[in-house]
Design a binder for this molecule. Structure first.
Ligand code: SF4
Ligand code: SF4
Length: 561
């Protein structure tokens, strides 16, 4: 194996690899703007200049392939002077508007200005002015003055999104990033250019000016928009989610996520119409009530029916912990065999990058933990038929707006009892007798299993009264701690929505069965003991990257390119 020495340390260097690649792999930072591990190198920012022994001039680390015996210096005097010069050059025409720039706090140019620049400019003439607030597409805005022409966005659009609409026009200091005539940056992955952009040139039309980066907390989570389960960060200020960004996981989503996942999967968490207490139907109206009253009523109503008159539907939108307890409670305590779920597959809405036709984050997991047809084929179709013909009189539904499907909606009116877990009123709650206010993925701990059979954790990012009871770890930004301290959003303003598994455990207790789970992790521990494919897993082992379920004969699909 060829060897390369970087800053006095010697590494194996497989043929064809570049200096920046080997350095990054071994924890040596070579500053760069245009290089990205998933894009073809462009070599245009010149920030990664390094000194290579026996080469007459400095070389760019992103385009210089390693050779056996190569000796590289990344921080010699010559290299540092070159970096200062590159930074001074890049900042000549930059507007230096960090105080009003969305990128401030997570900007490579700002960081490098502190780290690699001498902090002075010899340029005293007028800066070149360029277009501001250019609408590149429905989701992305461009400030051309901030652009440093790294071409990352151009290469992403060409190579990953396969929508080559971005280009540069003009020359020298007058270069402008733009779209080709009559085109827009409008593809299902367009917003990935926002994080790819090393400066604040590309901003999200949805998130712009909502918060400074340091005012928000960031919590590791998983997108709920489809069965890919892209790894995300949930950004929260004042107990409100302001944005989702992709989190790198080579096994699942690489560095990317789709625009729908980014924009459509969190706004319901913030919605003013969210339920904050259980609802019970009285005189035809759903009225707020206390948790103890709703749970007691649910149990006494369920007890009015014979076990084969009761069916339960799990949910691909709920966690493994929720689905596991649902099937356990209804099979073992209530005694019905009628447990299944509604699948949400949009045929054809799938691509080769991330998007999956299954629009739930956890149908695979729900099936794995036991929400599946009974031994005599008791499945969703037979449950709906039973509701239609009146043999099934009571239905329990976990976090799924099943009435959104007209075929399901038409039979719900036949039920004598409908109990649902919901985040807000929806088409299904219109038919419900009891509605439990369920917390969302952003308010609790839990796990999903994606289509690759990868078990992934999500954590609470938004506080409910549940977190006040200090049962689950909770991540708060310094801003939110300050706000909470000053009662900007205190205990009283938090919703009393609860995880579905906890609601089911409370029902079981009233039924006379002792469920001793204190946390979601306790439920997960039992899953690992009772479901063979989960054996050996724990929240710690699943960690932030996830772990693939054991399954004989199952081969996980290849990671994203
Ligand atoms: S807009 Fe950003 S990503 Fe695109 S070329 Fe300019 S600096 Fe690079
Ligand atoms: S591909 Fe699926 S999981 Fe990934 S961001 Fe889009 S909707 Fe979410």
């Amino acid at each position: 194996m060829p060897k390369v020495t970087i800053d006095g340390r010697t590494f194996d260097a497989p043929a064809g690899r570049t200096i920046i690649d080997i350095a990054a792999q071994n924890g040596i930072e070579i500053p760069h703007f245009c290089w990205h591990p998933k894009l073809t190198p462009a070599g245009n920012c010149r920030m990664c200049l390094v000194e290579v022994e026996k080469m007459p001039k400095l070389a760019i680390a992103c385009m210089t392939t390693v050779a056996d015996g190569m000796v590289v210096q990344t921080a010699s005097e010559k290299v540092l002077n070159a970096r200062h010069a590159v930074m001074e050059f890049l900042l000549i025409n930059h507007p230096l508007d960090c105080p009003i720039c969305d990128e401030a706090g997570e900007c490579k140019l700002q960081d490098y200005a502190y780290k690699y620049s001498i902090g002075e400019s010899r340029f005293e003439e007028d800066k070149v002015h360029k277009p501001k607030r250019v609408e590149l597409g429905p989701n992305v805005l461009l400030d051309v003055e901030r652009c440093i022409m790294c071409s990352r966005c151009v290469r992403f659009s060409d190579e990953i999104a396969h929508q080559p609409v971005l280009t540069f026009t003009q020359r020298g200091t007058h270069v402008v990033l733009t779209t080709f005539p009559d085109t827009q940056l409008d593809n299902r992955y367009s917003m990935n250019v926002i994080e790819l952009c090393p400066v604040g040139a590309l901003t999200s039309r949805d998130f712009r000016f909502k918060a400074r980066v340091w005012e928000m907390s960031s919590t590791d989570s998983v997108c709920t928009g489809c069965a890919r389960g892209c790894n995300t960060n949930v950004w929260v200020r004042n107990n409100e989610i302001l944005r989702l960004t992709p989190r790198h996981n080579e096994e699942v989503n690489s560095y990317w996520m789709c625009d729908d996942g980014r924009l459509k999967t969190f706004k319901h968490v913030n919605a003013a119409e969210r339920l904050s207490a259980p609802l019970v139907r009285k005189e035809g109206q759903l009225m707020e009530t206390g948790w103890d009253e709703a749970i007691a009523k649910a149990v006494s109503e369920l007890r009015l029916f014979r076990k084969n008159e009761i069916a339960a539907l799990g949910s691909g939108f709920s966690s493994n912990e929720d689905n596991y307890l649902l099937q356990k409670f209804f099979r073992e305590t209530v005694g019905t065999r009628l447990v299944d779920l509604v699948e949400h597959v949009v045929e054809g809405d799938q691509d080769d990058l991330l998007i999956r036709a299954d629009k739930t984050p956890n149908t695979t997991g729900a099936r794995e933990v036991g929400v599946r047809p009974g031994p005599a084929g008791e499945d969703l179709a037979s449950i709906l038929q039973g509701v239609r013909d009146g043999s099934i009189k009571a239905l329990y539904v976990l976090e799924d707006d099943i009435a959104a499907d007209p075929a399901v909606r038409e039979v719900l009116g036949n039920l004598e009892l409908l109990i649902v877990h919901a985040h807000q009123r929806n088409a299904t709650t219109e038919f419900a007798d009891i509605v439990f206010a369920a917390s969302t993925f952003a308010e609790r701990n839990g796990t999903f299993v994606n289509f690759q059979r990868h078990v992934q954790r999500f954590r609470p990012a938004v506080a409910t009264q549940e977190q006040d009871r200090a049962l689950d770890g909770f991540n708060m930004s310094r801003w939110d701690k300050f706000a909470a301290h000053n009662d900007r959003w205190g205990r009283g303003s938090r919703r009393d929505a609860r995880p579905s598994w906890r609601i089911l455990a409370a029902l079981a207790v009233v039924y006379g069965v002792k469920y001793r789970y204190q946390t979601a992790e306790d439920v997960f521990r039992e899953i690992t003991e009772r479901v063979p494919t989960f054996k050996g897993m724990s929240y710690l082992a699943v960690g932030s990257r996830g772990r693939t379920l054991a399954a004989a004969g199952t081969t996980a699909p290849a990671p994203v390119a």
